[in-house]
Design a protein around this ligand. Structure first.
Ligand SMILES: C[S@@+](CC[C@H](N)C(=O)[O-])C[C@H]1O[C@@H](n2cnc3c(N)ncnc32)[C@H](O)[C@@H]1O
Length: 441
């Protein structure tokens, strides 16, 4: 484990050192997913003088020193309040012109193209573009009883008798999740000896990173470069447990107007496909705003799982989104966000629950904090302060859920005072995640 810890924190000082400065200007996923959810518009800045819109700055947020800077725009200063898209103090990164316009933008590429061709470096992807919770907790952490996220996940499945021997992980990202999961499995259960862990991903670059990270477990692991919406498995052949951690928000979501719910009249095939499913699965739209995003891709994934999974098998899908008692503001302002060159959309878990039940699953949804038994009292850095430290105070630090004790070793006492920590149980970021657990009947 010590080797793992040093691997995690080692790269922030070594491999990553040259990257940090170069990438600092185009990064910044990190305004906490919660804030991203609040202000999720498919919008961006374009320069009125030189027309630069290379890559948009679509998000700028609330009260804190939090902002997202992309290739087209340089941030000169932040504002106090979120004002719904009025320009903040920013200029074009190419010509320096301050006359930049906030415009609606079209999706640059399909999610498929993005994951196949645009991901070029696994570390950059998860450090700067889309840090995931499993990445933030990729080393043992006091909030998880000194386990990493992947290990805590393994413990949870083990407790439920779901570590039978076969795991299929869909959308395995950097590979940290699998590495930690397998390390734990090897140390806690004999079933590891006969285990088969399949890692499926669309991105060849991420698959390579996965191969490198899981080396100690190589003889138990197989890899598939495939699309999760067309799983390369025979009907009813996937046994054991399926895991998909922070993936389904990557799949297509479709903007639907409540006033246009007539399937026959719909002109747009994506809307048509969505409306068909709303009708077929009896999905209620009560409480949703007039325009809302339907998680078409996530529901198509459930259909694919229902086809491929064997009876008696199970699946755990973790993602950020809204569920029954979620803050209504999140529901109202839910929408697509742009991370790097792809879009994500928060998940309406009630819709997935309803579709899953119609598809022959027993479905249960739990907040992630409960699912992995987080110690809610442990303090962690508010995620936007990782970027604050990187950008404002020039620290070369990795994206990690630092506790005050961990951070004290990395920053000066003066800078430490400027950082905000929050209890895990009160973290808007962690509270926005849910685990959908499925059992195929
Ligand atoms: C946000 S990352 C999550 C990675 C990892 N599970 C974690 O927790 O850090 C999403 C992952 O899903 C993969 N992915 C996205 N769309 C996919 C698709 N249609 N089929 C297969 N994999 C996909 C991406 O390449 C990436 O590895």
């Amino acid at each position: 484990m010590a080797e793992l810890v040093s691997a995690v924190f080692g790269f922030e000082l070594t491999v990553f050192a040259p990257w940090a400065t170069a990438c600092a200007r185009q990064f910044c996923f990190c305004q906490v997913f919660y804030f991203l959810l609040l202000i999720a518009f498919v919008m961006g800045w374009v320069c009125r003088k030189c027309g630069n819109r290379a890559s948009f700055t679509e998000i700028n947020t609330i009260k804190t020193e939090v902002f997202q800077e992309k290739e087209s725009t340089r941030i000169l200063g932040t504002r106090d309040e979120f004002t719904g898209g009025a320009p903040l103090k920013a200029c074009c990164s190419k010509c320096g012109n301050k006359d930049i316009e906030w415009v609606e933008i079209k999706a640059p590429k399909s999610g498929i193209d993005y994951h196949l061709y645009n991901i070029t470096n696994a570390q950059t992807q998860f450090e700067f573009i889309e840090p995931t919770v499993s990445y933030m907790f990729r080393a043992p952490h006091p909030a998880l009883e000194n386990e990493s996220y992947g290990a805590a996940f393994c413990k949870r499945l083990s407790r439920e008798g779901k570590l039978s021997g076969k795991i299929t992980e869909i959308g395995s990202g950097s590979g940290w999740f699998a590495r930690n999961f397998l390390d734990k499995w090897a140390s806690c259960s004999d079933s590891y000896n006969n285990s088969a862990y399949c890692m499926l991903d669309l991105s060849p670059v991420l698959l390579q990173s996965q191969r490198n990270l899981i080396k100690p477990h190589r003889k138990h692991v197989s890899f598939l470069n495939a699309d999760m919406l067309a799983l390369p498995f025979e009907d009813g052949s996937v046994e054991g447990s399926v895991i998909s951690n922070e993936v389904i928000a990557d799949l297509e979501s479709v903007r639907i107007k409540k006033e246009q719910l007539d399937v026959a009249a719909s002109q747009d095939f994506r809307a048509k496909e969505s409306l068909k499913r709303i009708e077929k699965y009896g999905i209620s739209l009560k409480g949703l705003p007039e325009n809302f995003y339907f998680n078409l891709g996530a529901i198509r994934f459930l259909e694919e799982l229902s086809r491929a999974m064997a009876s008696g098998s199970s699946a755990s899908l973790v993602e950020y989104g809204v569920y029954k008692k979620s803050n209504p503001i999140l529901l109202k302002h839910r929408g697509e966000i742009r991370l790097g060159d792809h879009f994500e959309c928060s998940i309406l878990f009630e819709h997935l629950e309803k579709a899953a039940e119609s598809l022959g699953f027993r479905a249960k949804i739990e907040p992630l904090l409960k699912f992995l038994d987080f110690d809610k009292s442990v303090e962690i850095i508010s995620p936007q302060y990782v970027n604050f430290l990187r950008k404002k105070l020039n620290y070369n630090i990795s994206f990690f859920a630092f506790t005050p004790e961990m951070l004290k070793e990395r920053v000066s006492p003066r800078d430490f005072q400027k950082v905000v920590f929050e209890k895990a149980g009160r973290s808007n970021f962690l509270n926005s995640f849910f685990a959908l657990q499925l059992e195929k009947q």
